[in-house]
Design a protein around this ligand. Sequence first.
Ligand SMILES: Nc1ncnc2c1ncn2[C@@H]1O[C@H](COP(=O)(O)OP(=O)(O)O)[C@@H](O)[C@H]1O
Ligand SMILES: [Mg+2]
Length: 298
Amino acid sequence: MMEGEWESFLRQLTPEKLEELLRSRDYIPSRDLLMALYLALKLGKPLLVEGEPGNGKTELAKVLAEALGTELIRLQCYEGIDASQALYDWNYPKQLLAIRMLERSGDVESIEREIYSEKYLVKGPLLRAVTHRGPKPPVLLIDEIDRADEEFEAFLLEFLAEFQVTVPEIGTFRAERRPIVVITSNRTREVGEGLRRRCLYVYVTYPPKEREVEIVMRRVRGAERRLVEKAVDVVARIRASQEVLKKPGVSETIDWVQGLQALGYRDIDRRALEDTLSCLFKAREDLEAVSLDDLVGG
Ligand SMILES: Nc1ncnc2c1ncn2[C@@H]1O[C@H](COP(=O)(O)OP(=O)(O)O)[C@@H](O)[C@H]1O
Ligand SMILES: [Mg+2]
């Protein structure tokens, strides 16, 4: 069999090239994340990315799809999500319309055949992932799996073993190529053993100063390095505080620097901090737990 475009791309991929691809889209991975993603691609396994909110888990999947020039298919998990929401639904209004049109001419069987055909199928993310056709597999992002319950997780586990979806009225859809799967968890619930075993795993945490400065410099247009370094230091102090529960992630640092910029601050003093607290603190209790003077060191 002739080697496809995707297969030869994968064969030639090195960790350095992958890093370059991510960086070209302003994503700065840690070494751990880069290697885990690289191996997940090489081995064709899902990657489970776990860690605090705001540390680039969702963004990784988005940037990866962009960098590879392929489709991003997102399954956002939430409390109470069930398999049917992830798989497919029927377009009832369109089916009803068709029934009305066909009522006079057709018999029941031919009407049924018509309205339960692919034309009336509303594909959910998982069905879209297995019916995707193209030179490259899509990136399937299963976001915030910790918000779904264990039953849904078990269903996903089955899906990840087969990469196929059966619609009883139509038949079974099977993926031509396995999608690239990125699963994220904010750890509000422990993800089960089965899913962990099926995936490669990486834990993301707050980046060290140098990397966070680089991320912010790339993500905020016209940011001044001196201001960014100071902001990163202050954020690190907030994260270090035992009392703060909702710790600011990288996304908060980015918002904060943008906020400071929007107000024309070029340095961070007590007033600058007070005016921009909304970017950093997302709970009243946390605001009360810190001393603003300590944070700006004055
Ligand atoms: N390593 C990184 N490189 C570039 N940007 C990052 C990185 N980590 C976080 N970010 C920024 O932080 C924002 C929030 O990240 P996100 O992926 O939404 O967090 P999570 O999904 O972990 O809660 C992103 O939009 C991006 O701007
Ligand atoms: Mg996210």
